[in-house]
Design a protein around this ligand. Structure first.
Ligand SMILES: CC(C)(COP(=O)(O)OP(=O)(O)OC[C@H]1O[C@@H](n2cnc3c(N)ncnc32)[C@H](O)[C@@H]1OP(=O)(O)O)[C@@H](O)C(=O)NCCC(=O)NCCS
Length: 320
């Protein structure tokens, strides 16, 4: 994983908007977030995370077959960030694309990548979740600007001959009728950038926080339960539950519905806020780095995001 150097605390935000450290902590569980500095873009974060992942996996960039970048904040509309990264990494053999799944982007990308591995088409796929939410946040809107941070996480997928290890099952879902609860109205072909769209602040995240909250709790808990049950597992079998990090109260509500203990749940929202496609891989990287994961551990990933999009992935950790 990688986050930019600049740390912005709740106290720092108190100087910009009418908010308080206490309100943000109580309503979201966020203490601070890392934000890019001027000139730093998505691919700069993504490359750092990718290089860490490649080193850990002992894989060279030239060996990669495919690069998938989950993001809603690419360096630019085109070419895709995956091509920028392919070039900077020197991954000459790889092709790649960006995938727009918002906060579910990493799970969408992970499951897509797994298909290429399972069919035997490819041997090494790099999956990156990377977002620079500060580039589309209105820092005068206190209801959204306190929630997000910038960051990247990456994993390398490879085939295994061993039964029952790696990705076991997944459920991905979408409901486009939830589209306007969380979206960026302008900048696409519907409303291209103009003086009017800029003046009306249409290039920023617009959100109905209460509705997003409600659906996030319900759907993340349901999909997590469903993927466990259809594979014959109970929540007591889960070593680590890695939910998307949008709000500590959403994480706690999902945890309670699933009847999980605190020590089964990965949390890093307090330090990084909601980094959109990067929350799940960054939690995995932290868990791996602090020795929390052993080979064969059952891990349950779950996400919910704009679209609406949501999903869960059940896996057994494959790394010693
Ligand atoms: C945004 C969110 C934190 C707001 O929390 P909430 O408990 O629903 O708060 P409300 O919207 O009821 O707002 C309560 C009050 O706090 C105020 N408020 C909002 N942001 C504030 C802030 N940063 N500081 C202080 N007050 C704030 C509101 O203006 C409102 O004031 P009012 O009652 O005078 O109108 C919460 O709805 C949320 O996390 N939603 C999900 C968002 C999300 O996860 N998005 C990404 C999904 S992937």
């Amino acid at each position: 994983m990688y986050v930019p150097d600049k740390v912005v605390t709740n106290k720092d935000l108190e100087k910009l908007i009418d908010t308080s450290d206490q309100w943000i902590m109580e309503r979201t569980g966020i203490r601070q977030r890392h934000l890019v500095s001027e000139g730093e873009a998505n691919s700069d974060l993504a490359i750092q995370a990718a290089q860490h992942a490649l080193r850990k996996a002992n894989v060279k960039a030239e060996e990669l077959d495919l690069i998938i970048v989950a993001t809603v904040t690419p360096d630019m509309m085109f070419p895709c960030t995956a091509c920028v990264i392919q070039n900077k990494l020197g991954a000459k053999k790889a092709w790649g694309f960006d995938l727009s799944g918002a906060c579910s982007g990493f799970l969408y990308a992970l499951v897509t990548a797994a298909q290429f591995i399972e069919t035997g088409t490819y041997k090494k796929v790099l999956v990156i979740g990377s977002d620079v939410m500060s580039s589309i946040i209105d820092f005068e809107d206190r209801a959204t600007c306190v929630l997000f941070g910038d960051g990247a996480g990456a994993v390398v997928l490879e085939p295994t001959e061993e039964d029952g290890i790696g990705i076991l099952d997944s459920i991905l879902a979408a409901d486009g009728s939830g589209g306007t609860f969380l979206y960026m109205p302008a900048g696409g072909s519907r409303r291209p950038a103009s003086i009017e769209t800029v003046q009306k602040k249409m290039h920023y995240v617009h959100q109905d926080g209460k509705n997003v909250f409600k659906y996030a709790v319900k759907l993340m808990a349901e999909v997590s339960h469903e993927v466990l049950a259809r594979n014959g597992f109970g929540t007591e079998d889960v070593k680590l539950y890695v939910p998307h990090q949008a709000n500590m109260r959403i994480i706690t509500a999902a945890k309670d519905r699933l009847k999980l203990r605190d020590d089964q749940v990965a949390v890093n929202i307090d330090r990084y806020a909601n980094t959109t496609a990067a929350t799940i891989p960054s939690c995995l990287a932290e868990a791996q780095d602090c020795g929390r994961l052993q080979r064969g551990d059952l891990i349950l990933l779950a996400s919910f995001g704009a679209g609406f999009t949501w999903g869960s992935v059940l896996l057994k950790w494959a790394i010693d």
